[in-house]
Design a protein around this ligand. Structure first.
Ligand SMILES: Cc1cc2nc3c(=O)[nH]c(=O)nc-3n(C[C@H](O)[C@H](O)[C@H](O)COP(=O)(O)OP(=O)(O)OC[C@H]3O[C@@H](n4cnc5c(N)ncnc54)[C@H](O)[C@@H]3O)c2cc1C
Length: 391
């Protein structure tokens, strides 16, 4: 039996996936987590007053096409199929529009004849395509398509992006939105992956099961950086040389030597509201407010996510976007990835490459937005590196 050891910073998906796989191969795994809970950004807990399960860092829906990752997760929890749908409030129309956008949006925005003409023009202009990006639609030479695209841009994408990223709407670069699709059909859900689901008993319970292994020791409320040093080009923890996997922020790991990396942060305020007991699967559960007159960007109604129709009251969380500052107690949410950030990141990566026994993985260490499944596939690659380097 091997007796290899590793210290892992962070009990989110990245740390838990790599830790569990190494533990099953006989490694002694010590997971050190700065927060007082496991599950990283996926952490959920039941609100004491209402009994409502709430995702504490914003709504998280698992979706993937990766069979291997899906099968791995299903070893630790049952999953309930769930399709995320959101709705956006269009100020000019004083009405809600289901998101993702598609032919249903055209029909709600325009009278019957005009809607028919726009849909027919969309089909003719983009044959064989299931979705088209907003910039593509805005570049269309067809006036009808252009009118539709401009409405979406002015009502939703431009003000929402400005609010989310703290920009003046004039500065919002249309190219940011290349990945935001408008469906060439009546498809109105956010994701279109093979699997989209929520862990039946919540994410924290899923993480409890993943971390429940005799070779894994989890230490909560402990900042790994307090006991970590790099000496003679190698990682040492508690004064002893060790293999070390960091899933926390790369700039913090090196004490901001090359400057801080930029992030947007989020803040949530919770309210108790009456639960809509008639909620059905597929009803929108996140309300989006792009217009700047609302201070918040979204409200998530947790009675609908997952569906908790047995509750009389639920928790609704308002989401506010702000700049991240190192000394504040706001967390790192979305990397800003400016050209300056990219230059700084390269310097940290070069430094990390020179340290023996140091591995970086996850959204904070790689300074990258990953959906959960992409964080897991990236963790799978890091796991292979660790195993290959330490045979
Ligand atoms: C608002 C929001 C909504 C999202 N919704 C979705 C969604 O619906 N679907 C989806 O697929 N993805 C979603 N994501 C992405 C998802 O959150 C990430 O994919 C996931 O968090 C990646 O896991 P991770 O382990 O890399 O990072 P994390 O979950 O952040 O885990 C890193 C861990 O390291 C710990 N740590 C950091 N520094 C230290 C230190 N010094 N010492 C010890 N521990 C430390 C942190 O406390 C944290 O627990 C969303 C992201 C955001 C911001």
């Amino acid at each position: 039996m091997l007796n290899k050891k590793i210290v892992i910073a962070g009990a989110g998906f990245t740390g838990a996936y790599i830790g569990r796989n190494l533990a099953e191969q006989g490694w002694q795994v010590r997971i050190v987590e700065i927060k007082d809970h496991i599950a990283g950004h996926m952490y959920d807990k039941v609100d004491e007053l209402t009994g409502c399960l709430v995702h504490e860092y914003g709504p998280h829906i698992f979706h993937t096409d990766d069979e291997d990752i899906w099968n791995w997760l299903n070893k630790f929890s049952q999953f309930e199929p769930f399709n995320l749908k959101t709705q956006v409030f269009f100020e000019s129309q004083q009405d809600w529009f289901t998101c993702s956008f598609g032919f249903h949006t055209v029909e709600k925005l325009f009278d019957k004849d005009k809607a028919k003409a726009i849909i027919s023009q969309l089909k003719k202009s983009y044959p064989g395509r299931d979705k088209v990006s907003i910039p593509e639609l805005m570049n269309s030479k067809n006036v009808l398509i252009e009118e539709f695209a401009n409405l979406l841009w002015e009502e939703d994408y431009k003000p929402y992006t400005a609010k989310q990223w703290g920009l003046d709407p004039k500065e919002v670069d249309i190219n940011i939105l290349k990945r935001v699709p408008v469906y060439m059909s009546y498809y109105d859900k956010i994701h279109s992956n093979k699997y989209e689901a929520l862990p039946k008993y919540g994410y924290t319970a899923l993480f409890d099961a993943i971390l429940d292994h005799y070779n894994i020791k989890v230490e909560l409320s402990t900042d790994v950086l307090k006991s970590l040093e790099f000496s003679d080009g190698a990682a040492c923890y508690d004064g002893k040389p060790t293999l070390f996997l960091h899933t926390g922020a790369i700039d913090e790991l090196f004490d901001y030597e090359f400057g801080p990396l930029g992030y947007r942060s989020l803040r949530f305020t919770k309210e108790i509201t009456k639960n809509d007991k008639n909620t059905k699967s597929g009803d929108p559960c996140v309300d989006i407010y792009p217009n700047k007159k609302y201070g918040y960007t979204r409200i998530t109604n947790y009675g609908k996510l997952p569906i908790q129709n047995h509750l009389d009251y639920q928790v609704s969380a308002k989401e506010y976007s702000s700049e991240f500052k190192i000394d504040s107690n706001l967390g790192r949410y979305y990397p800003t990835l400016t050209s300056q950030d990219k230059i700084i990141l390269e310097k940290y990566k070069n430094k990390a490459d020179k340290i023996n026994g140091l591995y970086l993985s996850g959204r904070l260490a790689n300074y990258k937005y990953y959906d959960m499944d992409k964080a897991l596939t990236s963790a799978r690659d890091t796991l292979k590196d660790i195993l290959r380097d330490n045979q």
